[in-house]
Structure formats: C-alpha cells, structure tokens
Design a binder for this molecule. Structure first.
Ligand SMILES: [Zn+2]
Length: 278
C-alpha cells in the first residue's frame, strides 16, 4: 500500500479526499506526517510500517484541522509534533467536552463518520516557536511555517530528498481554502505562505500535497501560480478561472463549489466592511 516517491520517503493515499500520509525513513525508525483518516487505513499503515521493520519514532501534524490530527493505537506512542501555534489552536478548541461530538457531527462527512477514530485526535506537542526543524534522528525536515489555510500551518521541506510536504496547499484538486475564522487578512496570509513556498521551489523534485496528486519538479511553480491566481481573483472580487471549480471539475463536485461560494461571499463582505467609513 505504501508507494515510494523519493529515496526513503513513502506515501499512502487515503480513500478520503485523496489525503496523503507521508512516511519518512530515519536512522532508528520512521517519521509519520499526517497519518490519515479512516481507522482501517491507519491500522494498515501501522502494519506496513511494521513490515519495513522500523518503529514509528515521531509524528507530525501539518495543521490543526481534524483530518490532519488523527492517530491510531497501533501506530504506538511516539511524540506527535506540530508548530506551537498549531498546538495552541488545538488546545483552544479541543478540551471542550463537546468538541469531538461537534467534529463528528459537522465536519466529518456522514458516510465515514463512524470510521474515523477520534480517541487520539489532536494529542500533539507544540514545538518551540522558533523551531526550524523537526527534532528526530533522520534526514533534516525543515519547518516552513505560515498562516495560510490554518493557524500555525507548516509545510515541510526534506531537502536532501528533494521532497516538499505542502500540507493543504498546492493541490491539483482542491482550491486554496482560506482561514476565515479569525485572521485579520486571510488573503495576505495566503499569499505570504505561497511566497515562502516559492522561495524553496528550486529544491523540490517531489511535491506532496495534503490532498491530491503528487507533483513533480515541473509542477511546483505552476501549482503555486494557480493557487496565487485563485486567491488574487478572490481578493479582487473577480471570478477565478480555475479548473478545480470549473464545469469540468469532478473532484468534490458536491461540496467544493459551496466552499468556493462561501469564500467569495466572505471576502465580499469584508471588502464592504472595510469600505464603510467610520
Ligand atoms: Zn486537509
């Protein structure tokens, strides 16, 4: 089930939303990034990792959204990391006793809700705010933190393997989803995140988005440009000409246009508010 995308880097693509789990082989075990969504897939992933003969020595969640915060008992008890801001966001949302019920009811699609194990949801350790890399015994994994999509979102660059784990950006199937929950300027946050990714694009041979197809080196800049074009069109009140929400799009046909519509409306009302004097 695991597919090698670079030397010592393997991925598993979930049935849910083309989510990509990433396994990075280190000296004493593997680092597991955003392990996945469905219980049976997480269990199979644990089996596959065991077959590699290496324990899971660390985990990492790229950002504080439920589908990136899951874990399975069979994956063991390695420390699971996220950025300080990612952890703070999880801490602010999860301790509420109803939080898991709300996630199960409102965020997880009903057809898979009973297959998503929430017991170990969000049990992550925040790294120090200035942490530039994941603390583990393996290839250097650089943390590129920004505030696009979610607070404390981290893209990860495994430079010596030429791999960029992009989290929920640079997808070929999902449009950029802005963090509209609180940030003062979600558009600028998103564009700033894209600039950071552009800054490392030269080092990337393999691009792993949180959801969607693996990209090769020649797709990194075009994906950055396409995300930027979408976000700028939203900002300028135009209608993005984007195949991911165009008439021929098949992925997420029943919900993605709704996300797109809500983003358009939210930004339009922000503009209106900003234009109102006093
Ligand atoms: Zn996601």
């Amino acid at each position: 089930m695991l597919r090698q995308v670079a030397d010592g880097v393997l991925i598993h693509e979930s049935e849910f939303c083309q989510s990509n789990a990433v396994v990075v082989q280190g000296r004493a075990g593997v680092l597991l990034i955003d392990p996945g969504v469905l219980g049976h897939e997480l269990a199979t992933l644990a089996d596959d990792v065991r077959e590699l003969g290496e324990p899971v020595v660390a985990g990492f969640s790229t950002h504080p959204h439920w589908d990136h915060l899951l874990w399975h008992t069979q994956l063991g008890e390695a420390p699971r990391y996220g950025t300080a801001r990612c952890e703070a966001t999880v801490q602010a949302r999860l301790p509420d006793p109803d939080a898991k019920a709300r996630i199960a009811e409102h965020l997880i699609p009903p057809d898979i809700a009973d297959q998503v194990p929430l017991d170990l949801l969000g049990l992550i350790t925040g790294l120090p705010a200035e942490a530039a890399r994941i603390p583990w015994d393996g290839p250097v994994v650089r943390i590129i933190e920004h505030q696009a999509h979610a607070p404390g979102h981290a893209a990860l660059l495994i430079e010596e393997r030429g791999v960029l784990v992009a989290g929920d950006m640079l997808s070929d199937v999902l449009i950029p989803m802005l963090d509209l929950t609180g940030t003062a300027d979600p558009v600028e946050d998103y564009l700033a995140g894209l600039r950071l990714l552009e800054g490392v694009a030269d080092h990337v041979d393999v691009l792993v988005p949180g959801h969607g197809s693996i990209g090769e080196a020649d797709q990194v800049l075009p994906r950055i440009e396409r995300d930027r074009g979408y976000v700028q069109a939203l900002r300028d009140g135009g209608v993005p000409d984007d195949p991911r929400v165009g008439p021929s799009a098949t992925f997420g046909k029943d919900w993605l246009p709704g996300v797109h519509e809500r983003q358009l409306q939210n930004l339009a009302s922000r503009r209106e508010r900003d234009d109102t004097p006093g």
